[in-house]
Design a protein around this ligand. Sequence first.
Ligand code: ADP
Ligand code: MG
Length: 729
Amino acid sequence: MSKLRFRVVESAFHKKPAEVVSPSERPSEYFAKYVFNREKMFKYLPSKVYSKLIDVIDNGAALDRSIADAVAEGMKRWATELGVTHYTHWFQPLTEGTAEKHDAFVEHDGKGGMLEEFSGKLLIQQEPDASSFPNGGIRNTFEARGYSAWDPSSPVFVVDDTLCIPTIFIAYTGESLDYKAPLLKALRAVNKAAVDVCHYFDANVKKVVAYLGWEQEYFLVDEGLYAARPDLLLTGRTLMGHEASKNQQLEDHYFGAIPTRVAAFMKDLEIQALELGIPVKTRHNEVAPNQFELAPIYEECNLAVDHNMLIMSLMRKVARNHGFRVLLHEKPFKGVNGSGKHNNWSLGTDTGVLLMAPGKTAEDNLRFITFVVNTLTAVYKHNGLLKASIMSATNAHRLGANEAPPAIISSFLGTQLSKVLDHLEESANEDLISLAGKQGMKLDIPQIPELLIDNTDRNRTSPFAFTGNRFEFRAPGSEANCASAMIALNTAVAEQLIIFKKEVDELIEKGEPKISAIIQILRKYIKICKPIRFDGNGYSDEWKAEAAKRGLDCETSCPVIFDNYLKPESIKMFESTGVMTKKELEARNEVKWDMYTKKIQIEARVLGDLVMNHVVPVAIEYQSKLVDNVYKMKSIFSEEEAAKLSAENIAIIKKIAEHTSYIKEQVDAMVEARKVANKIESEREKAIAYHDNIAPYLEQIRYHIDKLELIVDDQMWTLPKYRELLFVR
Ligand code: ADP
Ligand code: MG
């Protein structure tokens, strides 16, 4: 074994789990310890200020600047009691992570000294000098002004010595430069549209909230082994590596016993997450070796998104304390499952009703069907856009790879709900509604057992599955910001509900009774959205052919899929709901294409370096040893005998020569292809060139490297192999 590998593997085997000191209190006692939640607001704010702030949070009232100073003062008092010295506006730029710039609370006191200060002005708005955040040309570097502005609907929290203030990030000219600003607008749009539709059923509904419960999948690898893999370090995935003889074929990892060192990491992570108010609940092993999942209890969508961003950075930090690195990349290893982030989504009213859940009465169930059918119609109309919302250079490796939904959006409803929709579609109006004297109409909506919630049949291959009281969008990538999918989905549903309401109202105006009008329009939508419904095996080739026939978006090229954002129907959807303008959409696509290009570019460079510095030299060294051996055999044996005995080695010498020369040729060709692509001006065309002409080289080169890995002496191979990366814990 090479010295480097020996050292790192040794370190992995001798690592003791880090001590996790359990807090003496119970989770219910330390939950949200570091969050400025209502309880703390009440304690640290004057009562008038408290009521005004709650009005802002609960009812979306405009933020009254006159209370900002008092809020800031209360926050500072709470934070300094926890030893906090700095504050930061915490925002989500279009790079997948979060951004923060820390400032100390100190100010000159005007007498040559310092005092701790934190004013309302600093809380509400900042001007991060951040011309280097991706902005797609909206903000040129010479007018670098962008603003971050406080989002009072997500509570501030403390990490280490810093008070973190969730903010949106917008350009001087008002365009969104982040995920949060359009998400808040999408949530506002779906709230308004859904409340209006709810009024057909219940006049008391004042607010509809979108909920999100994410399930985060991830891999853990030993830190020492990780450090010896430049590809993991620089790109987040292995660009080479032959499958281990054993991987997931025994299906012995899923829900298996959690290894001790991993359990210690999870426990530590959960304590810290709970302290930050993230309601983590579920943990288990996933399908692939060293793959795990974490899920909280669902929350209001904006908060859930912030919590997911926060937990991803927390995972990275806590993993290091346990000698691990966490891999959030969608496909860190070839040949075993990749990681996703299921987005469980639903709508609920301020009257406590989950709109995606069946109810007890026929009216309840009509409301339930109304929301389900409108959701399906929205997903059908914008299936290409929804796919674009989850697409990235990294997630592209996972989709369609026989472990995740294909790059086609479809929806699974299960037998019971499908039957209900079929019944509604096929039966005549009179069958469904009978007039019953003064009591008004009687509805023959089929009884939908409440048991449905727990009984829904499951289909793991569906990208958008109904699961009893919610839809589970399974296509988002493990590394992604959930906001991207949530912006597209909530906006699409908002637009659809507005159209639905308009059509129903038109019928009512013409004298049609309300229930009958609703049923007529629903029946029309059930027909329209039929192509999106698919309960079969989403992994099969037959489905790909069938989906194409149904007119669903079957494009697989990531940069081309981004075009969906700029289709007229998408622009119309985003503009009519006030979520994003055409200019914003165009700018964001520039960023997406640029990011795509850069990711492939980095992978190509890293692979080129690895080939020239690790793989080829090692292979040639081993080859020379064999050549040496062949020569020496001749000095011991007769020529004929030596030739016979060395035949095997000679064959290996030849194979190494073939693989290395092929690899070198391909690397040279890849460099040339990059030079050509780099000259392309248009970000879109450049990204397409990287997809079509450069990415394929990565796979071809890898094939030959993996063959060499199998031939070359293990002692000489410098890079940790899959069997070490995936099985050392
Ligand atoms: P499964 O693996 O069966 O999909 P998990 O327990 O891993 O289930 O995750 C389900 C997620 O869905 C959890 O985050 C849960 O809180 C969330 N969830 C449950 N009901 C709803 C709902 N009505 N709306 C949104 N999310 C929900
Ligand atoms: Mg799930």
